[in-house]
Design a protein. Structure first.
Length: 150
């Protein structure tokens, strides 16, 4: 896939994921939960960065991923971009990585990558009370949606 095609696709997937984000209540706050599952071969870290760029400063969001590497990669992404990595939880199937977006003036200073802490994700129990949970879609709006490249 050429870089010319990658950006419009990334923009469209990120916009669709933001529109479909679930609201989750945590500690009295209503947070947005964003699933990093995108079209095949689209890096979850690239998708997370595109989503973070579209969030408002001060907004806290939860990024859901089934890959352990994403948890660690987002620690480094926050370090590079100056956003705040809050924590990570793991329920046996998914990682839930919480990030607080910082505005341009409030960005955290970049640290040496080798000095970053890599805390393990806290173990949590989740319960899906959806009446008929469906299989994880390959695309944001389900398997039937096909993204059209310009």
């Amino acid at each position: 896939m050429s870089p010319m095609c990658a950006m419009p696709l990334l923009d469209r997937v990120a916009s669709a994921l933001l529109a479909d984000g679930r609201r989750v209540s945590r500690d009295g706050d209503l947070l947005r939960e964003l699933d990093l599952t995108g079209p095949l071969l689209l890096s979850e870290v690239c998708l997370a960065r595109a989503l973070i760029n579209r969030l408002e400063p001060g907004e806290t969001a939860i990024f859901r991923s089934s890959w352990q590497e994403t948890h660690r990669d987002l620690i480094h992404l926050c370090n590079i971009l100056g956003h705040e990595y809050v924590d990570a939880e793991y329920d046996g199937a998914h990682y839930f990585i919480t990030i607080r977006v910082r505005g341009e003036a409030e960005r955290l200073p970049r640290r040496d990558a080798f000095s970053l802490p890599h805390p393990p994700a806290r173990r949590v129990t989740t319960l899906d009370i959806t009446p008929k949970p469906e299989a994880e879609p390959l695309l944001p709006r389900g398997r039937e949606e096909r993204l059209r490249l310009p």
